[in-house]
Design a protein around this ligand. Structure first.
Ligand SMILES: Nc1ncnc2c1ncn2[C@@H]1O[C@H](COP(=O)(O)OP(=O)(O)O)[C@@H](O)[C@H]1O
Ligand SMILES: [Mg+2]
Length: 446
């Protein structure tokens, strides 16, 4: 993409109404624009990051055998009456009537719809286990939408639902989701710690939230600092291997880590004092096992091996896809702007031409740009007729992790500069070497 032809409405001024750094940076970098309270348009740069996050979520879900689908945003009130949640949900649910006077709502979550689909189409235990998921917009009429995409009213969520014959199988699905979530967040350059949480209106016994530690987080958390030393890394996971998934679950959830809702002072006191931490965190996901709560209410049963009809065991699992942009920026920025982790960056590399209009720098930039594209690396080429300082400031603000700088002085020696946004270190090398380096870096971040 050539910046002169792109739509990147960066703001010079810091928006006064944005209270936290991720919100300020998303506005300044021209990623989002508020449409009304808690509702945003995704401008091209923000949209690219959103799509990359979605892609990682899809890949990690499908790696575990979970099946993508799409349900509507608008739902009929009938199903929610059947489950008993129509009245229970309260004012966060946006309700309205269509022209036939039918009661409708904008889905805040989808347990009812998915359970209806499954009850109409699944009759035998032989069709289980099954995990279906979608990435779809949700609406919750939050009392206090704030912090930009972090607490919106309309927001993008991955919601997945597992259907199993037995409690044991459903708990495997729970463990399997925990592993997929750990891998998903790690690919985004984030550490998200699973913490025992409270199940709220969804109901059920087992639930963990995934929290990214950040001072601006809305949740209060308590944990043993040793949990921050564990990571999943590159290990091979067989998602059908119940023992292996259970072992990962145990490894990540045995040390003390709880949100304030489930915090227990007595248990916390058993953590060695120098490892006791209380902090704030951003909830980027949550997994639930709730047994037969919805299948009982909605009559979702299967015939078991003995021919008897039994309710299906279920769980639901959510990732805050749009919130993740805010969480990643909270975790990765400096006073000049965003620093995207390689896994989610909107473009792999920025190209800065220090002397636009000069024939040799222009043609060198064009060549690098084309070579990158032919290797599947996306570049944002700043080909505007601007001062070098302004170009650097824009690149730093929008946070591409790598920058190639092309100027007449370096070119006279056949060199360009490759700069890391994270460390600020620059290295001189040939354009070919810079491209090869980027190819290697991104091979680890497909
Ligand atoms: N108002 C919101 N704005 C942005 N993301 C949200 C919002 N509410 C929930 N999410 C994200 O969706 C994920 C799944 O939602 P869920 O756990 O059902 O929400 P909650 O914890 O608010 O009840 C949450 O972990 C969070 O990351
Ligand atoms: Mg939650």
């Amino acid at each position: 993409m050539r910046l002169s032809r792109y739509f990147l409405p960066v703001l010079k001024e810091t928006p006064a109404d944005a209270q936290i750094v991720s919100h300020r940076l998303m506005l300044r970098a021209g990623m989002i624009k508020q449409a009304s309270a808690g509702i945003y348009s995704w401008l091209p740069l923000g949209y690219r990051v959103l799509r990359r996050i979605e892609r990682i979520v899809h890949e990690e879900q499908q790696r575990a055998g979970h099946i993508p689908m799409l349900m509507p945003t608008l739902q009929s009130a009938d199903l929610w009456r059947e489950s008993g949640r129509y009245d229970a949900y309260g004012p966060e649910m946006l309700r309205f009537k269509d022209r036939q006077d039918r009661e409708m709502l904008f889905g805040p979550t989808n347990e009812e719809l998915i359970t209806d689909i499954v009850r109409s189409n699944i009759g035998s235990y032989k069709q289980l286990p099954l995990t279906l998921y979608q990435i779809q917009w949700k609406f919750r009429d939050e009392m206090r939408p704030r912090f930009g995409v972090m607490r919106g009213r309309e927001f993008l969520m991955k919601d997945g639902y597992n259907f199993d014959l037995t409690r044991e199988d459903a708990l495997h699905a729970y463990n399997r989701h925990l592993v997929t979530y750990l891998r998903t967040y790690e690919r985004m350059g984030l550490q998200a710690i699973p913490m025992r949480a409270d199940s709220g209106p969804i109901g059920g016994d087992d639930t963990h939230e995934f929290l990214v530690l950040a001072e601006t987080g809305e949740s209060e958390v308590f944990y043993d600092s040793a949990v921050t030393d564990i990571s999943l890394g590159q290990r091979d996971i067989d998602y059908d291997d119940k023992a292996q998934c259970a072992a990962v679950m145990e490894e990540f959830t045995t040390l003390y880590a709880r949100t304030d809702e489930t915090h227990d002072e007595t248990l916390f006191a058993e953590v060695p004092e120098d490892r006791r931490r209380s902090a704030r965190g951003i909830e980027v996901g949550q997994i639930f096992y709730f047994g037969t709560k919805y299948s009982d209410a909605l009559g979702a049963t299967v015939q078991g091996p003995d021919g008897k009809s039994v309710p299906i065991h279920m769980g639901s699992h959510g990732i805050g896809v749009s919130r993740l942009l805010g969480a990643i920026i909270e975790a990765s920025h400096d006073d000049r702007g965003i620093i995207w982790p390689e896994g989610v960056t909107p473009f792999h590399v920025g190209i800065v031409n220090l002397r636009q209009g000069d024939q040799s720098t222009d043609s060198a930039c064009d060549g690098i740009y084309r070579q990158l594209e032919s290797e599947g690396l996306t570049a944002l080429y700043d080909d505007r007729d601007e001062r070098a300082g302004a170009k650097f400031a824009t690149m730093d603000l929008i946070g591409l992790p790598w920058r190639i700088t092309v100027g007449p002085r370096g070119l006279s020696n056949g060199k360009v500069e490759l700069t890391s946004r994270r460390t600020g270190t620059s290295e001189e090398m040939s354009p070919e070497a810079a491209i090869a380096r980027l190819r290697d870096i991104y091979a680890a971040h497909p």
